[in-house]
Ligand binder design. Sequence first.
Ligand code: ZN
Length: 267
Amino acid sequence: MSLRRFDAHNHLQDDRFGGRQSELLRVCEQEGLVRMVVNGACEEDWAQVAELAREHPQVLPSFGYHPWYLHERTARWRENLQRFLDQVPSAVGEIGLDRWKPGLSYDGQEEVFITQLTIAAERNLPVSIHCLQTWGRMLELLNAGPRPACGFLLHSYGGPREMIGSFVEIGAYFSLPGYYAHEGKNRQREAFSNVPLERLLIETDAPDQMFPNGGKHQLVDPGSGKPINHPANIAAVYEFAAGLRGISVETLAVIVEENFLRLFGGL
Ligand SMILES: [Zn+2]
């Protein structure tokens, strides 16, 4: 029997997939994928995410403004976000804070993050959070709230191991990407070894965060000719996570399914 797998975070709407989404989803199905959270990142791609969800029942849509694209937001971005959330059962994200990306301004990031967190809390929707090099401030803001009662996802958690407990106390889940199999990602693997199993989720972040070798399913962006991550590599991320935690992939799959349904199952 093939295992049931859940991708807690990806960007299936991304243009780099070259319109091949239906084909990619068929391959995902062969790898046991049941559901994936597809994260919009800006007003421009929310309609694409909504359309994917209409066409494919395995797609759970999520709408949010990612810190990298804040400069593109229109005067009506809040209303637009609410309108997408009204249209279809959906999560909030990808939202977040980023002090790592070179050239990216931090101005306005906290305001937009808190606005979206408030919307998620008001509607009690799970929210997917991106955070790079600002973990202390992230914990402060999440502690101050508001937060959705159902919980939130720290996707590709890269913060200190010592902070995991504080995030767990206020409702955090943590999703592991295949990218953390890279040799240099010792610290991140060590952190994930300390995530409570009942808060662990698995993600591809496709088309980004590839395995060191690209994974079983290789894919190329037709625009640039560069390799990208295929969402069907989810099965390999499960193998990686099971190895890291020293449990069988069957046991892991049961735990991850329970966690996924606890956080996202209401949608
Ligand atoms: Zn992402």
